[in-house]
Design a protein around this ligand. Structure first.
Ligand code: ADP
Ligand code: MG
Length: 226
């Protein structure tokens, strides 16, 4: 089909351009950040130090936006493999552990056997890391995250991420995934957009339940294979 082919080709070009653009813009940002750090000498007045700190923080924020955009611009996962979700959850758990510890968050896990799905494990990991990062960031004073997977349904594998964080209202839940929607001072508002897109790509569904000041639970359902 001619039409479909050209659409795919167009997307590929956009994705390549995004990545070239991102890398080109990142280098001068990195150089600027380096010079700002050099400027930051001990004898400087407090105000000047503050301005330098703000500048570095803003550069880091721009960098985070580029990271998230790059993840979104990448072509949808073509490399599908069959794998056990529990195996990948262990990997994700290790990747997020130091961030959790530095935020006083403990991760409790429970993985059932036979949670087999067909997807791209790197993409799924990326999606889960975004969700786990948000869970950690929702608990400024620390707390517990429950991370689990279940195989009790014949059709779906369920991955569950539950936190004890600030929670969300119905209106806030509805806005999740909208580009640049963030309630954080230095958030990008792109993490959820990327995560939900990835899960949708694998024909998955997400159910979110949340209560203010109690916590949030993400239930991710992915088609099960045997
Ligand atoms: P960011 O984390 O950069 O703000 P995201 O797209 O990852 O952007 O998340 C968007 C918003 O959704 C967050 O700013 C936050 O307000 C809300 N959110 C996401 N996950 C949770 C959670 N587990 N608990 C409370 N709020 C959340
Ligand atoms: Mg986030």
């Amino acid at each position: 089909n001619q039409q479909l082919l050209s659409e795919a080709e167009r997307l590929r070009v956009v994705s390549v351009l995004t990545s070239v653009f991102a890398h080109e813009i990142r280098n001068p940002m990195q150089v600027t950040r380096g010079f700002l750090q050099l400027l930051n000498e001990p004898h400087l007045p407090a105000k000047n130090k503050q301005y330098i700190r703000y500048s570095i923080e803003e550069l880091d924020r721009a960098n985070a936006i580029i990271d998230d955009l790059l993840a979104y611009g990448k072509p949808a996962a073509q490399d599908l493999t069959r794998f056990d979700v529990a195996l990948e959850l262990r990997r994700v758990e290790n990747l997020i552990q130091s961030y959790a510890i530095s935020n006083n968050v403990t991760i409790q896990t429970r993985y059932e056997d036979n949670c087999w799905i067909e997807a791209n494990p790197q993409k799924l990991n990326q999606s889960l890391i975004n969700i786990l990062k948000n869970a950690i960031e929702s608990m400024p004073g620390g707390g517990t995250i429950w991370l689990s997977c279940f195989s009790n349904d014949e059709r779906y594998v369920e991955i569950c991420v539950k936190d004890q964080g600030i929670g969300m209202t119905k209106e806030q839940i509805d806005k999740l995934g909208a580009p640049f929607y963030s309630l954080k001072e230095s958030g990008t508002g792109l993490g959820m957009m990327v995560s939900l897109q990835i899960i949708r790509n694998f024909h998955g569904k997400v159910k979110i339940t949340s209560e203010l000041d109690v916590g949030t639970e993400f239930s991710i359902y992915l088609p099960r294979i045997t």
